[in-house]
Design a protein around this ligand. Sequence first.
Ligand code: DGL
Length: 269
Amino acid sequence: MSNERPIGFIDSGVGGLTVVKEAMRQLPNEEILYVGDTARCPYGPRPPKQVIEFTWQMTRFLLKKNIKMLVIACNTATAVALEEIKKSVDIPVIGVIQPGARAALKASKNSRVGVIGTLGTVKSDSYKNELQEKAPETYVSSLACPKFVPVVESNQFESSVAKKIVSETLKPLKLENLDTLILGCTHYPLLRPIIQNVMGQQITLIDSGAETVNDVSTLLDYFNLNNYEQTNQKARTFYTTGSPKMFKDIAHEWLQIENLDVSHINLGE
Ligand code: DGL
C-alpha cells in the first residue's frame, strides 16, 4: 500500500536543504515539506530552552499539515529536542546525530574522530557521547565553528571570505591526526569542498544529514510508509520565516530545481 502523506523537514534555515537534497535523490517519490526558521537563525548560540521552543513551533506547523514522518534536519535542535519530541508525537521522528556518529565509526580506521558543529551542538557533547557509548576507545575532538552558518545563510559559501574563515577556524584540528571529520551541522556540507581542501584529501568527511536519509528510508520500509506513486516537483514545498527570495536563491542553486515553491510564514505568534 502506498502512503502519499508528506515527510516534514525542519532546520533553523537553509542547512536542512542538504538533507532534502539527499532525500530527493534516494526517495524521489516522497512529497517533502520543509520549514527553515531563517528569521531566528542561528540557533547555535541560543539557550537550549529556546531552541526546544522554536523546534516545537516548527514541528506543530508541520503536524497540522499531516506529515507521516519528521526529520529534525538540524544538529543543534536534535541535540536538545529530539528525545522530547519523539516521546510526544505519534509519528516517527528522526534526528541527524545518531546517523552521523554511526557513519563516522564505520569510516574511521584510527578511531580519532573530529566533530565540527555549532556552539550548542558542541556544548551538548551529543556526538562525543554517542561515539563513545558505542565505541569507548574513540578519541573525539570537537570544535565549534560559529562563523560558518552566517557565511552559508548569506549565500557566500563559495567566496574567498568563506575560504579564509574555514581555514582559520579549522587550524587546531589539523594537528590532531584525525582520519574522520563529522560535519555536525547541516549547513556545513555547502562548505564541503573548502573544508576538504583545508583538512586535506586524506580525511573522510561525514555528512550527518545525508547519512540520516538512510534512516528515513529504513523507517519508511519498517512502518510501511513508502509512497509508491511518482511525485513531481510541485510536491516539494518550502516555508521560511525569513526572506523567501534569499531562501529561493540558495535552494535553487543547491537543489537545482526550477520554480521552487517558497512561502513566508510566521511562527511563534
Ligand atoms: N543547521 C543547524 C545545525 O545543524 C543549525 C545552524 C544554526 O542555526 O546555528 O546545527
